[in-house]
Design a binder for this molecule. Structure first.
Ligand code: AHG
Ligand code: MN
Ligand code: MN
Length: 329
């Protein structure tokens, strides 16, 4: 009998994959690999806490607010602590930007990398046992190592990311990332405590039938978005899917083909999502998978950030759907 029929291969573990592909990085010094491993480790700790959320006292609001004035959930803060600890210990990171902190953390070291992170995405879904995520972007610093951090190190365009990814705490936990050489997805095997390559060289379908939009505030959407939504509803061939956790909505659309739109509204004229730690990472991944990401007019990755917590309208997903949505402008 063939050996593979008795024991299926469990595939390539994330650590091995990172090591095998390290040569692809322009700066193959091993530090970026270490950062990816640190993120993976922190995500396992967060995953453990997310999985126990109903059993221990980590659900609900903390009673504080973040930089955007959103109520912080206990898990938002806990995840921020886990990722911050994991990323600041090794000395590779010189500055950390997080949704949960008003200004960036300057680590005053010789680290070469700047990280922007949404430690816990989809906070409104924590208490109701619905998928949530983590989003991260990695940049090289521009100023010389060992000198004080400057704005140019922090406010970099998405096109300058050297790596980006997300973790989805869903019906299974996945880590999906790119270093600019395609997108690879790994699924967590909890009994082994390892991520294994499950979605190699992921590509987003060029077209799709899913539109993901919170239409609650549609009365104040731009006319172009309203027209696109009417187009999607014209003959019943499209379907609406909206989880309310960006990572989960994005991930589904990446696998099945679809578009996610969060346009400007009366409440949030620039949309709700943040350029530096939500949109840039997913835009890099979308483009690497053959999709598109736009603010309705411009490529997200070309936007020069002016502030850490800057928001942007966000259209992301299958290439043809994003092009179609933009065509109503
Ligand atoms: P976060 O929990 O990090 O603040 O992000 C929430 C975001 C995003 O995950 C989601 O797509 C969007 O907010 C949902 O907004 P609405 O509730 O307005 O649809
Ligand atoms: Mn978020
Ligand atoms: Mn968040």
């Amino acid at each position: 009998m063939e050996q593979s029929r008795i024991a299926h291969s469990i595939g390539i573990a994330l650590d091995r994959f990172i090591k095998n592909n390290q040569g692809q990085f322009q700066y193959a010094s091993g530090e970026l690999s270490q950062l990816l491993r640190d993120i993976a480790l922190a995500s396992k700790v967060v995953n453990r806490e997310v999985n126990k959320a109903g059993l221990i006292d980590i659900m609900g609001a903390l009673g504080s607010q973040n930089s955007a004035g959103d109520d912080q959930q206990k898990l938002d803060v806990l995840a921020n602590i886990r990722f911050t600890r994991a990323l600041t210990k090794g000395g590779e990171v010189c500055a950390l930007i997080s949704e949960e902190t008003e200004s960036y953390v300057d680590l005053n070291n010789k680290g070469k990398y700047v990280i922007a992170i949404d430690p816990l995405d989809g906070s409104s879904n924590i208490d109701v046992n619905v998928s949530i995520g983590t989003i991260f972007s990695i940049y090289r610093r521009k100023s010389p190592e060992g000198t004080p951090i400057r704005d140019e190190d922090i406010l970099q365009k998405g096109s300058e990311q050297v790596a980006a990814g997300y973790i989805l705490y869903g019906s299974s936990t996945m880590l999906v990332y790119t270093t600019g050489h395609g997108v690879n997805g790994f699924t967590y095997e909890p009994t082994l405590g390892e991520y294994f390559l499950s979605h190699p060289d992921q590509k987003m379908p060029e077209d799709g039938k899913i539109f993901s939009v919170n239409e609650g505030p549609a009365a104040s959407f731009p006319a172009s978005v309203e027209k696109y939504l009417q187009y999607c509803k014209k003959d019943g061939s499209y379907t609406a899917r909206y989880i309310g956790s960006l990572v989960a909505d994005f991930h589904r659309n990446m696998l099945k083909g679809g578009i996610y739109i969060y346009p400007g509204t009366a409440k949030n004229p620039q949309g709700k999502l943040r350029l530096m730690y939500e949109c840039n990472a997913l835009s890099f991944i979308a483009e690497q998978a053959g999709g598109l990401a736009s603010d309705g007019k411009n490529r997200i990755l070309d936007i020069q950030p002016k502030a850490l917590h800057q928001r942007t309208p966000f259209y992301v997903g299958s290439k043809k759907m994003v092009e179609k949505a933009k065509s109503f402008d």
